[in-house]
Design a protein around this ligand. Structure first.
Ligand SMILES: [Zn+2]
Length: 177
């Protein structure tokens, strides 16, 4: 697991470098969610599969949803920063985290300018008593501003708007006091 993470960080760093180098047309695949926005970090599916486990790829790149409580982060109470597993961008701060028994990782909001939104046509949670759904049952998707990877959804829970995030899509770095 540790080796996987280190290798991933290595690849992430290399890819960021390539994107910045104009002489390198290697990162050809355009990842765009519409609106003309181009993500800063772009990789081919082959490159994503090289750096991610199959489950991580399913969630980050195919919009999948992990089984509830499958990631230990759902009940993590440590102080620290959660970053996108696709590009290491710091996306959530533990001070904005809240814990719900639903078993995903919940935040009141992301770190400013890190999380973008889209429409997800599929409700991965099935019939739900608390998820706010549009007329067609669509949900608001939360994805990374830098690499576009799917992180989770934004839901209304009671009187709050919460980010319901897959722990599998995140890395956690404890904050040293
Ligand atoms: Zn990212």
């Amino acid at each position: 697991m540790k080796n996987g993470i280190n290798r991933r960080r290595l690849l992430a760093g290399a890819a960021v470098g390539l994107v910045g180098a104009s002489s390198q047309p290697v990162m050809a695949k355009l990842v765009s969610k519409g609106g003309g926005y181009e993500f800063e970090v772009q990789r081919t599916d082959a490159e994503w599969k090289e750096m991610l486990t199959p489950e991580e790829f399913e969630i980050l790149r195919s919009g999948g949803t992990e089984a509830p409580k499958s990631s230990p982060y759902w009940e993590n109470k440590e102080t620290g920063i959660y970053s996108c597993k696709g590009c290491d961008l710091e996306v959530y701060d533990s001070q904005y985290k809240t814990q719900l028994d639903k078993g995903w990782v919940f935040f009141f909001h992301g770190i400013p300018n890190t999380v973008m939104f889209g429409i997800d046509k599929i409700n991965p949670y099935g019939a739900s008593d608390s998820a706010t759904e549009g007329p067609a049952g669509h949900l608001i998707e939360a994805h990374c501003r830098r690499c576009g990877s799917h992180l989770g959804h934004v839901l209304q829970v009671g009187l709050f708007i919460l980010h319901c995030i897959n722990g599998t899509a995140l890395d956690f770095e404890p904050k040293s006091a």
